[in-house]
Design a protein around this ligand. Structure first.
Ligand code: ZN
Length: 413
């Protein structure tokens, strides 16, 4: 949905504040001749910004208020280069807690809940965000932080924690431990609020089943407050984003064109009332789409679909944007196939056509020929792209503890 008048007025105010502050963006906007916005067209002319700008402005170049108004900073750890520092005013901290408390409420969590918080505290925005929202709601925070499984389980049992906040990997680890030690009868968890990294349906079902809980995906990034700017609801179809604090667009990551609601692309977020470090049209590199239909839960906050991956991982074939998670999803539907795979893309000069080759692993008990055929047909039906599929034995493809490279594009070779 296009930016509305109220949001436009807030962005206009943000731009004027940025210009008056003399911060990093004030110089960029002055050079671009941007003085404010009074129409959606004006808004769409504002250049995008992303993490690279925040690094250029290190340490406090994006601060848009006097020093004495800053009450806290957070930092996102870059995998490469300098970290990014985000300053917060008291209002920013309050607004974030307000959004987070709403998230808990949407998940049906109340002041009588006991919220077990395992994300880390410190420079990272995670733990403290979960805690501030919990206190705002009036629930009991159990500020564990990560690690020390022994103690986590003991506190969970003794304090009768009812809500688990965790990354999906850590929730999985705890679920496995609870299962292994036969502690299921002693835990009182009802709900899980899980960080919105992309995770598989199988992992999700395992956690929900083993812990006997309902799961909610929470969205956020350090550059835009932190976790808690949106959450999935009872409808379990996408995450509601708070449009009184943020304006969300979806763009084509390659061309920067704004896409209509319903189409998949990169999430771009504008802060409407942030004081310490306002950001206009910030590229998150997260891939999703805006769900155009009204949510059955009755809330009117716009919805983002489950995060599909990162735009950095996207590839284009036969004019169709694809990402590894789509292939992963298909592989998860086929019996005997592991979760390891690789995708090669090349250009067939003879036929002047791009070709895509998926290499997947299968267990010895299944027929490789028919398994390959099944994958080929599923991809063809779902994405209208016909891949070549090679099936190899399990443990043939390399394993990596770090992020595994899945896509090898040979078209420029
Ligand atoms: Zn809903």
């Amino acid at each position: 949905m296009r930016i509305n008048d109220q949001q436009l007025a807030l962005v206009d105010n943000q731009i004027k504040r940025i210009l008056a502050s003399g911060n990093y963006y004030s110089k960029l906007y002055q050079e671009a001749g941007i003085e404010g916005v009074s129409s959606p067209e004006d808004f769409e002319k504002i250049p995008f910004t992303d993490k690279a700008d925040l690094r250029n402005a290190y340490p406090l170049g994006i601060q848009a208020v006097p020093d004495d108004e800053v009450v806290r900073i957070h930092s996102s750890s870059g995998t490469t280069g300098k970290p990014v520092i985000i300053p917060y005013t008291q209002k920013d901290v309050n607004d974030w807690a307000e959004m987070f408390a709403r998230c808990y409420q949407i998940a049906g969590i109340t002041s009588s809940d006991r919220i077990h918080i395992t994300p880390g505290y410190g420079l990272w925005t995670a733990g403290i965000g979960f805690q501030a929202g919990c206190e705002k709601l009036g629930a009991m925070a159990i500020p564990m932080g990560p690690g020390n499984t022994e103690k986590q389980l003991q506190m969970m049992i003794d304090l009768k924690s009812t809500v688990l906040c965790a990354t999906s990997s850590y929730a999985l680890l705890l679920a496995e431990e609870i299962n292994k030690r036969g502690l299921k009868d002693q835990i009182h968890l009802k709900k899980g609020v899980i960080g919105s990294e992309r995770w598989s349906a199988a992992k999700r079902e395992y956690i929900a089943r083993e812990l006997g809980i309902d799961l909610y995906d929470i969205y956020g990034l350090t550059e835009i407050y932190g976790p808690g700017i949106g959450i999935s609801c009872k409808g379990q179809a996408g995450m509601h984003i708070f449009d009184d604090f943020l304006y969300t667009e979806i763009i084509d990551p390659q061309t920067g064109e704004v896409l209509p609601d319903g189409e998949e692309g990169e999430i771009v977020i504008t802060t409407l009332v942030k004081e310490g470090a306002p950001l206009i049209r910030f590229r998150t590199h997260d891939l999703s789409r805006i769900i155009p239909e009204e949510c059955p839960c009755g809330l009117h906050y716009p919805r983002l679909d489950t995060i599909k991956g990162r735009s950095d991982d996207m590839f284009k074939i036969h004019g169709v944007n694809m990402f590894p998670s789509q292939v992963e999803e298909i592989l998860g539907m086929v019996d005997g196939v592991s979760s390891e795979y690789k995708i090669d893309i090349a250009h067939d000069e003879m036929r002047n056509k791009d070709i895509i080759m998926i290499t997947a692993e299968a267990e010895g008990r299944v027929d490789f020929m028919s398994t390959g055929e099944t994958i080929r047909n599923l991809v063809k039906t779902k994405y209208n792209v016909t891949p070549n599929v090679a099936i190899v034995s399990v443990n043939t493809l390399p394993r990596s503890e770090k992020k595994t490279q899945r896509v090898f594009d040979h078209r420029g070779d």
